[in-house]
Design a protein around this ligand. Structure first.
Ligand code: CUA
Length: 310
């Protein structure tokens, strides 16, 4: 071979090395594109497990949701998901057959989805809108039709959507609908569906519960208000009220009271009034508040001792 040939051979090999290096470097510095969880189960076991046997959106707590998605040829299950705006959404995605992608164009959500693996990504959606969910990995003849819908709803639209499907996917889960149903049945008559109350008669709840839930004392007091009622003059949002809040302790279960408190805390998008790490009301916290029993007047007195009065 002549020297020119050797030189060109050298250049070609150098180019190959550079391309390979760039590719390997990209994969190693972009771990988010590849599921980081180990292969945890055979596909069938994974799909039959507690998470993927109930795909869909589940409420984990105030402003925190879980979206469980199964990708398969050629659709996402569920095809449509709805979450409220300003909530953190943790996506758990797996594939039932071949490799797919899950991308919400316009957001940072973009992962590869492999059978037997769980891809986990999260994002807080601060703008209401409808996103297309697309499969961005070629997965077969109808790959281009593999589309879904991800809706970030306004608080009002979200309430409509949870009331429309008031049945929890799993009995042990606590979807927002549970609290919404209790609220609609027992609280909305006075405090109104909007949580705004009625001026002079029934105090507003929207935007106020964060003041209570910021402290253990506040959480105990608001639980007492639901359990034992409230009787006596109070101030709410700067205005005086002198009505009677009935006691619900005998009618509602510990879990129902926790559910409705959780609902009131977040239903009207009171993110600004929520403490940084809101503590969830639970059946156990209701049960603990039941003893000792208080009178409705004693609850009003307890409320008056709170330093931040809603
Ligand atoms: Cu699934 Cu492309």
């Amino acid at each position: 071979m002549s020297r020119a040939e050797w030189r060109w051979l050298g250049i070609s090999v150098a180019f190959l090395a550079v391309f390979l290096g760039v590719s390997i470097g990209f994969v190693m510095t972009h771990p988010g594109r590849i599921p980081t969880t180990p292969k945890i189960a055979p596909v069938a076991a994974l799909l039959a497990g507690p998470m993927f046997s109930h795909p869909g959106v589940i409420r984990l707590g105030p402003h925190h949701y879980r979206a469980v998605v199964i990708a398969h040829q050629f659709a996402f299950n569920p095809a449509t998901m709805t979450v409220p705006v300003n909530a953190r959404v943790d996506f758990y995605i797996t594939s039932a057959d071949v490799m797919h992608g899950f991308e919400l164009p316009g957001t940072v959500i973009n992962v590869e989805v492999f059978p037997g693996y769980v891809a986990h990504v999260h994002q807080t959606f601060t703008k209401a809108g409808t996103y297309l969910a697309v499969c961005d990995q070629y997965c077969g003849v109808a790959h281009q039709d593999m589309l879904g819908k991800f809706v970030v709803a306004t608080p009002a639209a979200y309430r409509q959507s949870v009331l429309a499907v008031a049945k929890p996917a799993v009995a042990s889960d606590r979807p927002e609908a549970a609290g919404a149903v209790v609220y609609a049945a027992h609280c909305a008559g006075c405090h109104q569906a909007t949580g705004q109350g009625i001026g002079g008669a029934f105090p507003p709840l929207a935007g106020s519960l964060g003041n209570y839930s910021a402290s253990a004392a506040g959480r105990l007091t608001i639980t007492h208000v639901l359990l034992f009622g409230l009787n006596g003059p109070i101030k709410a949002a700067g205005k005086p009220y002198n009505g009677v809040m009935p006691a619900w302790g005998a009618q509602l279960s510990d879990l129902q009271i926790a559910d409705v408190l959780d609902y009131i805390e977040t239903a009207w998008n009171t993110a600004g009034s929520l403490p940084k790490n809101p503590v969830q009301f639970t059946a156990a916290s209701t049960a603990a508040a039941r003893t000792p029993a208080l009178t409705a007047s004693a609850v009003a007195a307890e409320r008056a001792t709170l330093s931040t009065q809603p």
